[in-house]
Ligand binder design. Structure first.
Ligand SMILES: [Zn+2]
Ligand SMILES: [Zn+2]
Length: 338
């Protein structure tokens, strides 16, 4: 079978022929239908995050937004059957025993394993997933539409819930990429007022199409007073850039929340003084729980939100990663088997 392999962080990315894996106890073998490309793939390739370097498998198959059909079951798998269509997310497994797991925050489990990072991922013809950590894909939701929900959609959905976004709340979304385009739609469904911000006119147009109450180009700092006057309860940062984080500090309401959904490649210098005087609360988000994923897929199957995707063959993965790195992708790239 084909797989998109990263030799090591900062190493080469190549399409290779590899042996088809066999599921162990509690695992399933999934025949891939669609695998979303995520900026995290770029971070892993570029060795951006020293804090997780030791967790990155060498000779790794990339990919963690997996949709496919179960081809075989490992021993002990009871709740799934061959032929079921499932979503396998970045959270490949969590321990179920630690403080975070026990209080319902399994996505922040320190003992978690991660698809396409600690274990081989889904940019391949087949992937091995842990049965207890996949979600069923409801009828009526196509693999291409479902794939980016497993990470980009899930991260912002879980963050919006955690930040209490809903009727009467004002949300700012900085960065209308994969995550941002879901955040606008989801926050509208939840009843919030949504202000979108980006530095790219094409993404501003996308934000308007998706129902943002207003969209702003944020290329000039002079716009900060106008944005601050909107008194946003929550500002979600979905762009992995220092400017985006600094903008969030400048415009969030006093006592407001900055929701951190994108991880920059290096440390962001932001003002602690401004953070304290404005009583800003920071809530970090890394993907979401299994329940969040199931709820999100059910919601998407109703047609309430749409994934803005372009499909490309698996063999184009190295080029597609470059395009993502160069910020020339609008919406989300989904890889499909050649
Ligand atoms: Zn991701
Ligand atoms: Zn745990």
């Amino acid at each position: 079978m084909k797989a998109v392999k990263l030799s090591e962080p900062n190493g080469s990315v190549t399409l290779e022929d590899v042996e088809k894996p066999t599921p162990s106890d509690g695992e399933i073998l999934v025949k891939m239908e669609a695998s979303g490309l995520c900026y995290t793939d770029v971070h892993i390739c570029d060795g951006d995050w020293a804090i997780v370097d030791a967790k990155i498998k060498r000779d790794l198959t990339l990919g963690h937004e997996a949709i496919g059909v179960i081809e075989s079951l490992g021993a002990g798998v009871q709740d799934l059957q061959v032929g079921d269509r499932v979503a396998a997310p970045f959270l490949r497994s969590a321990c179920g025993k630690c403080k975070q797991c026990r209080r319902g925050e399994e996505n922040h489990c320190p003992n978690a394993t991660a698809l396409g990072m600690s274990h081989d991922g889904s940019h391949a013809d087949y992937v091995i997933a842990v049965a207890d950590f996949v979600a069923r894909v409801p009828e009526g939701l196509s693999p291409e539409q479902a794939a980016p929900l497993a990470c980009a959609g899930l991260t912002v959905f879980s963050a919006l819930r955690k930040c209490g976004v809903g009727v009467g709340k004002k949300l700012g979304v900085i960065g209308i990429g994969g995550q941002g385009h879901y955040a606008i739609q989801l926050a509208r469904v939840m009843g919030a007022t949504v202000y979108a911000m980006d530095v790219d006119q094409e993404k501003i147009e996308l934000a308007n199409q998706l129902g943002a109450d207003k969209a702003f180009m944020v290329t000039e700092e002079s716009i900060i007073p106008e944005l601050a006057a909107l008194d946003m309860d929550v500002v979600m940062v979905t762009a992995p850039s220092h400017d985006a984080h600094r903008l969030a500090v400048g415009i969030v309401s006093f006592g407001g929340i900055i929701s951190l959904c994108a991880v920059p490649a290096d440390e962001t210098p932001i003002s602690m003084t401004a953070s304290i005087f404005k009583a800003i609360r920071y809530l970090s988000q890394g993907v979401g729980t299994r329940q969040d994923l199931s709820d999100l897929l059910e919601l998407a199957a109703t047609g309430a939100i749409k994934s803005h995707v372009q499909t490309r063959p698996l063999s184009e993965a190295p080029q597609a990663l470059d395009d993502l790195r160069n910020r020339s992708v609008v919406g989300r790239v989904v890889l499909v088997p050649d």
